[in-house]
Ligand binder design. Structure first.
Ligand SMILES: [Mg+2]
Length: 349
């Protein structure tokens, strides 16, 4: 038995981009649907997954595997908006929220026992469904790894918990490939030692494991084996940057000039910051050239923190034209150095 702890939640929206797209097309829910980014599948719903479609797969390959696949577009602005609303709900249920991505987070809901955590998790799932029309799966466990394994097992649209008494056996049997953070390199090295599940580590001398995986990874593996892995939700009080992006290729805006894309993204990111009660003092533009070229990044910080849109618009225009602008596939605007508006001295406005 491991040291008793409090239950943590891992909440993770199911096939997020596809679910956001399907809010406008509920008639397609039972059919295989994918949202595409450029030439890759960004997100596939569960019927599409059953047809062999996976994220990051070439669209061409996805269509080949699943000829009845329906490809939907979703404005990135809408994805961002739903993501923000999702986190707003997370914060309503949990005093401490640690974001993992735009659509998943660890939550400490303050529950002292498993039944209380499960009740809260169920209420959270219901609220998200009602307010946003998407499903979120929730896992409950004593450490972050346990909560994450539980949410994976809960998918789609489910709730799953790993009880304290089941944890030792589960850890012993856990396939190394499922340990979050173990990459292909470490996996291959451990396979060479005939380590397939966590309990196989018990027969590897410590010095040998350190030599094979490096000190940091070896320590991490021992901690996971011993059940002393991370069990603390580290709340992010506020985000220090926010982005908005627009792509020409993905969302059918071939007629938009770089200046129009810039204005669209800037408006959205300022709107999101304002809603979150934050103001920034820096700006990063990421230009995605239409061809195979790498993105171009132009940034500047140290601006006077302000919510004034026209000030940001001129700063953004200057950055855009600080160098040549190639034909674009897309553009991203990131507002950086965010601080709560009430912490920024008034004289700065
Ligand atoms: Mg997800």
């Amino acid at each position: 038995m491991f040291e008793a702890g409090r239950p943590l939640l891992h909440a993770d929206a199911d096939c997020f981009f596809a679910s956001v797209a399907l809010r406008r097309r509920p008639d397609l829910r039972a059919r295989p649907v994918a949202v595409v980014n450029h030439v890759f599948v960004a997100s596939a719903n569960y019927p599409a997954r059953a047809g062999g479609v996976r994220s990051a797969m070439l669209v061409q390959e996805a269509r080949h595997r699943c000829p009845e696949l329906v490809v939907l577009d979703v404005p990135y602005a809408e994805v961002e908006e739903v993501g923000d609303a999702l986190f707003e709900i997370f914060h309503r249920f949990a005093p401490a929220v640690e974001p993992g991505s735009v659509e998943e987070a660890f939550l400490d809901v303050g529950a002292e026992d498993w039944p209380a955590a499960l009740d809260t998790a169920q209420a959270l799932r219901k609220q998200v469904q009602q307010e946003l029309g998407i499903t979120v799966s929730v896992g409950v466990g004593r450490t972050k790894l346990m909560a994450k394994l539980a949410s994976r097992a809960a998918k789609p649209d489910g709730l799953y918990s790993i009880a304290l008494q089941d944890e030792p056996q589960l850890r012993a049997d856990l396939p190394i490939g499922q340990v979050w953070g173990v990459g292909q390199k470490t996996f291959a090295r451990l396979e060479n030692l005939d380590v397939q599940r966590l309990a196989d580590l018990d027969r590897i001398p410590r010095a040998q494991l350190q030599q094979v995986c490096g000190t940091t990874m070896a320590r991490r593996l021992w901690q996971i084996r011993a059940g002393t892995d991370d069990a603390r939700v580290r709340p992010v009080r506020h985000r220090d940057s926010l982005s908005a992006e627009s792509s020409i290729a993905g969302y059918g805006r071939p007629d938009h000039s770089p200046e129009q894309l810039l204005t669209l993204c800037l408006e959205r990111v300022l709107h999101r910051a304002e809603k979150a009660g934050l103001v920034g003092n820096g700006l990063t533009l990421t230009l995605q050239p239409a061809g195979e070229e790498l993105p171009l990044r132009r940034k500047q910080s140290g601006f006077t923190a302000t919510a004034d849109r026209s000030a940001w618009q001129s700063a953004a225009d200057r950055l855009l034209h600080a160098g040549p602008v190639p034909p674009l596939a897309g553009l991203r605007v990131t507002l950086t150095g965010l601080l709560p508006a009430d912490q920024v001295p008034q004289t700065l406005f």
